[in-house]
Design a protein around this ligand. Structure first.
Ligand code: ZN
Length: 136
């Protein structure tokens, strides 16, 4: 069983050709026409993104992530600056993967029940908001 990533709302797989695919939009924009496609390195703790050359992603600014299939916002209940998708590890165990919506901020949380593994140099930034047991 390979790892998999999916939308928590419609369960559609979000991994294609070894990239996570989302639609995204600047958090202050309410115009659908300002949305764009965003590819992300699926490896936990890696943050490389690919966008169309005409799209400018500004470091330090917040973007909303949406499922490209059902268009639900991929929000995290833990913090308004985090997005959340489902992650199945190689043993088919289900985790919640929470990651920062702020461009350039490296923080990811792999959560099952009340345990959390943290990734990225900015991970401590949100730990205060997450009253879980850090197992990393
Ligand atoms: Zn969906």
């Amino acid at each position: 069983m390979k790892t998999n990533y999916s939308c928590p709302h419609c369960n559609s797989p979000l991994l294609l050709e070894n990239k996570l695919i989302f639609t995204a939009r600047h958090a202050l924009s309410d115009s659908i026409s300002e949305g764009f496609l965003l590819l992300m390195n699926p490896e936990i703790g890696h943050y490389e993104i690919v966008v169309h050359p005409d799209v400018e992603v500004i470091e330090g600014e917040k973007y909303e992530f949406y499922c490209p299939v059902c268009h639900h916002k991929l929000h995290s209940d833990l913090n308004e600056n985090l997005a959340m998708i489902q992650y199945y590890d190689e043993n088919d165990k289900l985790f919640e993967l929470h990651f920062s919506k702020i461009s350039g901020q490296k923080s990811t949380y792999k959560i099952m029940g009340r345990s959390v593994e943290t990734f990225g140099i900015d991970a401590p930034h949100y730990l205060d908001f997450i009253s879980l047991i850090d197992l990393s």
